[in-house]
Design a protein around this ligand. Structure first.
Ligand code: PMP
Ligand code: GLN
Length: 383
């Protein structure tokens, strides 16, 4: 393995899901729902396969999906993207992020990301030979946020881009208009590109709305906006994502994407196009259901002795394990199957400064109520 990848090893999601299978534990680690997406959308994928949509789609993606993404962006956010030239279909958001970083960041460039961060960011930045500069999100009155001065101080003459994930995995923070304005001002002042990861754009709670960074003044022209179908439609295994960006940025990302995968799977693209057009009411129901699951898991975890931090978005709850007498989340999550028959994710692996997240453990609530309840019953053994 090349030196730039040597630090990466196996992702925590693979490690913890394998641990769950091996020990027969309830898996509240890796974030994937245990119920399917909208039936009409699943049918569309089957019909697409049966009707012969089985050869290479065009590199930028099937026109039906590019059109649907464009309409969704304008209908939801008032953002206009030309389906021919400003929308690119990718193999999940993961490929979009990797292709964007590889296309836009040179060897020695710096990319700012908020820690804890989704683990593919560090690997993509390393593959590009660039350097990740982590700005830490810290809980302030129970909500993870950043210090604007720390963010400003992280910018150097080598800074090329900032990766912004909102709603944020794993903290559940949805950046406010004020927080986004700080980021936007910095991007404009210092000439940075913003790469936004908005895969949880529809999964927000308590009436909190997701605001895309690209909607702020002067940002559309410098933002590579990324999302995917996995979380919105509970089809994480379909790996269908997209990039929306001005033509020059889209072309750059596509140049790289051509040689990573050339194109993404066809049947999913047609089905997701249908989902974006016809199934947003289903998504609204999913959001409401997830909010009640969040509350269910939060109250269960508090009852089990965890300190629980309330997320405004995503399907993850962050907990502080110290009230239970534990100090190291990695140690605890590796023992959790034997202690309680449950699997969770140690948040510290998403930090460049692991000591800042040592006492946090992430639990997923995108599960059936009875699964959440059983996990909570088991976790009460810890107290
Ligand atoms: N970004 C974040 C923040 C995520 O949590 C995930 C995990 N699903 C992804 C990107 C990857 O999305 P996809 O499965 O569409 O590649
Ligand atoms: N996004 C999901 C999570 O954060 C799963 C990611 C993965 O398996 N790579 O749990």
């Amino acid at each position: 393995l090349v030196s730039r990848m040597r630090q990466f090893g196996t992702t925590i999601f693979a490690e913890m899901s394998a641990l769950a299978v091996r020990t027969g534990s309830i898996n509240l680690g890796q974030g994937f729902p245990d119920t399917d997406g909208p039936a009409s959308m699943l049918d569309r994928a089957v019909e697409a396969i049966r009707s012969g949509v089985n050869q290479y789609p065009p590199g930028p993606g099937l026109p039906q999906l590019r059109q649907a993404v464009s309409e969704h962006r304008s209908g939801h956010y008032g953002l206009s993207y030309d389906p021919d030239g400003e929308v690119l279909v990718t193999v999940g958001a993961t490929e979009a992020i990797a292709a964007a970083v590889l296309a836009l960041c040179d060897q020695g460039d710096e990319v700012i990301a908020f820690e804890p961060y989704y683990d593919s960011y560090a690997a993509s930045i390393a593959l590009a030979g660039a350097r990740l500069a982590a700005v830490t999100l810290r809980p302030v009155e129970g909500r993870f946020t950043f210090d604007p001065d720390e963010l400003r101080a992280a910018v150097t003459p080598r800074t090329r881009a900032i990766l912004v994930n909102s709603p944020h995995n794993p903290t559940g923070t949805v950046f406010t208009a004020e927080e986004l304005a700080v980021i936007a001002e910095l991007c404009k002042e210092r000439g940075l590109i913003a790469i936004t990861d908005e895969v949880y754009e529809h999964l927000t709670f308590d009436g909190v709305a997701h605001v895309p960074l690209a909607t702020l003044p002067g940002m559309r022209e410098r933002t590579v906006m990324i999302s995917s179908a996995g979380k919105t439609f509970s089809v994480t295994g379909w790996k269908t994502g997209w990039v929306c960006a001005p033509p020059e940025l889209t072309r750059a990302v596509q140049t790289v994407k051509q040689f990573l995968t050339f194109t993404a799977g066809g049947p999913w693209q047609l089905a997701v196009a249908h989902g974006l057009r016809e199934e947003l009411a289903w998504v609204a129901e999913l959001r409401a259901a997830l909010q009640s699951k969040r509350d269910r898991l939060m109250s269960g975890l508090s009852g089990a002795g965890f300190e629980v931090l309330k997320p405004s978005g995503t399907y993850f709850v962050q907990t502080d394990i110290r009230p239970l007498g534990f100090t190291d989340g990695l140690e605890l999550t590796r023992r959790l199957p034997e202690l309680a028959g449950v699997v969770a994710i140690p948040t510290q692996v998403f930090y460049d400064h692991p000591e800042r997240g040592r006492h946090f453990v992430r639990f997923a609530f995108c599960k059936k109520d009875e699964v959440i309840d059983e996990a909570v019953t088991r976790l009460k053994r810890l107290g």
